[in-house]
Design a protein around this ligand. Structure first.
Ligand SMILES: [Zn+2]
Length: 148
């Protein structure tokens, strides 16, 4: 997993280097097209940093994160990435999906971002009532309690 993380980072660094080389070679002819490219690059960097690098960086600490969109196919709505240890203490990472039934309205409960109304990073939110039926999530016991 670290290889993926740093591979992505190195690819990004190479891309920035190649890009600036092209700009330097063109010299004085700085056009609005170049400016557009720079803005695109900055936007892309920010986006991948926020939605890809930061979540994966948090994975060893949080143990469960929402999978970034690049990890899942378009037909899937959502997925979770879980890091766990098996019986032989091997560190494993898998893409999975946690789902439960809401005891209040019996629709599905899925893991979603806990911000901004809860303090924990991930909470179980009811599909039908995502801000009223909010649950904590215990990954080991596979249970949760409703937040008051
Ligand atoms: Zn509900």
């Amino acid at each position: 997993m670290l290889i993926v993380l740093f591979g992505g980072f190195i690819t990004w660094a190479l891309y920035v280097c190649a890009f600036s080389l092209v700009l330097v070679r063109e010299g004085q002819n700085f056009t609005t097209f170049d400016l557009l490219l720079i803005v695109c690059l900055l936007g892309f960097s920010y986006h991948s940093f926020k939605y890809w690098f930061i979540p994966i960086w948090n994975l060893p600490e949080h143990r469960v994160i929402k999978a970034p969109m690049t990890f899942i196919s378009f037909t899937e709505e959502h997925a979770d990435i879980e890091m766990y240890r098996d019986r032989d203490r091997h560190q494993l990472t898998r893409v999975t999906r946690f789902k439960g039934i809401c005891p209040i309205c019996s629709s599905n409960v899925i893991l979603r971002d806990g911000k901004t109304d809860q303090r924990v990073p991930l909470v179980g939110r009811c599909v039908e009532s995502p801000f009223a039926h909010v649950y904590s999530f215990d990954r080991i016991l596979m249970t949760g309690k409703i937040f008051k």
